[in-house]
Design a protein around this ligand. Structure first.
Ligand SMILES: NC(=O)c1ccc[n+]([C@@H]2O[C@H](COP(=O)([O-])OP(=O)(O)OC[C@H]3O[C@@H](n4cnc5c(N)ncnc54)[C@H](OP(=O)(O)O)[C@@H]3O)[C@@H](O)[C@H]2O)c1
Length: 281
């Protein structure tokens, strides 16, 4: 019998991963901490519990870690929680969600092999988890996305939802023309994560779309959604901005094309309708 997958965290991305697994015929187990999205989700706090305390791992062969804990506490606490998770899942295929925040944003178009120099607590914790998992997990794929956007479970991502709300209210909304990301549509990312969870690829994989300024990203996405972007204001990163404001964390995703033959959808083509309805099936 095929082994099952467990998805830790059913937030914006995790719930799209659960939908993608279900569409592929799997019956994944999945967890939440506070917000139950699926009626059959298991309550689990990665920072306070061990996984076998809440769910049987017999017959589970794959672990997808889509919980977001790296922004809240010190590296030691986060790494200890991941180590505790790993203790019971060492023999499983593991996919860990990291982030472009492991880079300092001075170069852009980062390759998987580029050196990491995180400028934020979140980025430092992601890097610490990457290092621990690469050293201690036998069968691991670390997926590094940039901005994740689109509709997951019928809900628009928080960044675009904020912009849409402001513009609908007639409030001017500023975004940087000189800050660059590689945004990826959430359901496409979820599909790549499912492929990664079933593949033999080991190591780090960048999963992002084309390099684009944050201003252009929001403008194109809102236009694609049929919104009026007239009040979207182009701004520049202030010269005295703190180093935490990362100027260019765009990702070179040529390895993604090589490994999975996948080309991320362009922001202007990601809306409307077709992708929004994917999760609602
Ligand atoms: N969104 C992006 O643009 C982006 C970009 C790069 C990387 N990532 C990474 O992608 C992953 C998923 O991000 P997301 O946008 O889906 O985040 P999200 O919407 O904030 O969801 C986070 C999930 O983590 C769960 N969680 C939080 N604390 C937990 C804990 N102590 N124990 C167990 N579960 C816990 C939350 O559960 P409750 O809601 O039930 O508390 C929620 O299900 C994260 O690793 C994030 O760092 C995201």
């Amino acid at each position: 019998m095929a082994k099952r997958t467990i998805v830790i965290g059913t937030g914006f991305l995790g719930r799209a991963v659960v939908h993608a697994l279900r569409r592929s015929g799997s019956r994944p187990k999945h967890t939440f901490r506070q917000h139950r999205v699926f009626p059959d989700s298991i309550r689990f706090d990665l920072l306070k519990q061990t996984l076998p305390e809440v769910v049987s791992l017999s017959g589970v062969g794959t672990l997808i870690i889509a919980a977001k804990v790296e922004h809240i506490c010190d590296s030691a606490g986060v790494v200890a929680a991941m180590q505790s998770l790993l203790r019971f899942c060492r023999d499983m295929r593991i996919v860990y969600l990291s982030s472009d925040a492991v880079f300092d944003g001075r170069k852009g178009m980062y390759l998987e092999s580029d050196s990491r120099n995180p400028m934020t607590l979140y980025g430092r914790n992601k890097k610490a988890c990457e290092d621990m998992l690469m050293a201690e997990a036998g069968d691991i794929c670390i997926v590094r996305p940039s901005y994740i956007y689109g509709y997951s479970g019928g809900q628009l991502d928080p960044r675009l939802a904020l912009a849409r709300k402001a513009l609908r209210e007639g409030t001017p909304f500023g975004r940087y023309v000189d800050m660059y990301k590689s945004p990826i549509e959430v359901n496409q990312l979820a599909q790549v994560i499912v492929w990664a969870s079933r593949s033999s690829f080991k190591g780090v994989l960048h999963v992002g779309g084309d390099r684009i300024s944050v201003f252009d990203f929001v403008r194109k996405a809102l236009t694609g959604m049929g919104e009026d972007p007239t009040r979207l204001i182009p701004e520049r990163i202030p010269s005295n901005a703190p180093p935490e404001l990362l100027a260019d964390t765009s990702l070179d995703c040529s390895l993604l094309a090589q490994v999975f033959n996948e080309k991320p959808v362009r922001v202007e083509d990601a809306f409307p309708g077709c992708i929004r309805s994917m999760n609602d099936s």
